[in-house]
Design a protein. Structure first.
Length: 275
């Protein structure tokens, strides 16, 4: 099957399966963790590193990681792209050496259709004539780049090919500045450029911290912040380690034991008569 069609159909099925309709998706990290049960993390990465998916075949566990970036729309697309690899189980596909193999093209299509479904674009645009303000609305609401929004709007029949090509060359900061939501975009940049530990892993570590078996330094390492900040934040939220009392350590709690020392006494009858 055509990779574009495969990606589109899988994205539509994912939305149906999880009751997402055609509305914009908010926090993709939380969405992926809650719908798939897999761990997702936002980590420090190099300039050319965007994301990766790893699978532990022994435990059948999947881990998705994306790099911190000042480009929140790209990070969202990367998250959706990596989710596609999970949905299709692409770790079983051997590398063919192609510049852009079919399963990567399919993941790109899945990401676009998951983030900004054509049906959702039609609901927003309606019968109105699409212009730059409409593009801005799609970019802002669906959290995608102008390039991704332009492709979706073209597939929805809202714009022609020349307009699509022109809009694909625009950037999100340009659109945000032009239509008055630069402050929101800066907020999104701060969020996408912040490290984020896998929620399930961190929750288990906090359980251990409360039980006094996991040190605060472990939580600090997971979150990538100083240990003092972790302790202060948890204390403010009323999360502190439990002080376990060891009942048997109290002398008063020890049971009374009767010891018979009879066998320890000297027995004169056993003495050697020769002395």
């Amino acid at each position: 099957m055509n990779p574009e069609i495969e990606g589109r159909d899988a994205a539509a099925e994912f939305r149906r399966e999880h009751g997402l309709g055609n509305q914009p998706l908010a926090d993709l990290v939380a969405l992926i963790e809650q719908t798939t049960g897999n761990d997702v993390a936002v980590l420090d990465g190099g300039r050319d590193e965007h994301g990766l998916t790893m699978r532990d075949s022994t435990r059948d566990a999947v881990f998705i990681a994306v790099a911190r970036t000042k480009n929140p729309m790209r990070q969202r697309t990367t998250l959706a792209h990596e989710l596609a690899h999970v949905v299709f189980g692409d770790w079983a596909i051997e590398d063919t050496g192609d510049d852009r193999p079919p399963h990567e093209i399919r993941a790109d299509a899945f990401a676009r259709h998951l983030l900004i479904p054509v049906a959702g674009v039609k609901q927003i645009v309606g019968g109105a004539s699409a212009d730059l303000r409409t593009l801005s609305t799609c970019v802002q609401l669906f959290g995608v780049s102008p390039a991704v929004a332009a492709i979706a709007m073209h597939q929805a029949g809202c714009i022609d090919s020349p307009t699509k090509d022109q809009w694909m060359a625009m950037t999100t900061p340009q659109i945000a500045a032009r239509f008055g939501w630069a402050d929101q975009y800066e907020s999104l940049q701060t969020q996408s450029d912040t490290r984020r530990a896998p929620q399930k892993l961190l929750a288990r570590a906090i359980d251990g911290y409360i039980e006094n078996v996991v040190p605060a330094q472990t939580l600090a390492t997971l979150r990538g912040i100083p240990v003092g900040d972790v302790v202060e934040s948890l204390n403010e939220d009323g999360i502190t380690p439990i002080e376990h009392q060891t009942e048997w350590a109290s002398a008063a709690a020890l049971p009374t034991v009767d010891v018979d020392f009879t066998d320890w006494e000297d027995d004169d009858s056993d003495e050697d008569p020769a002395g």
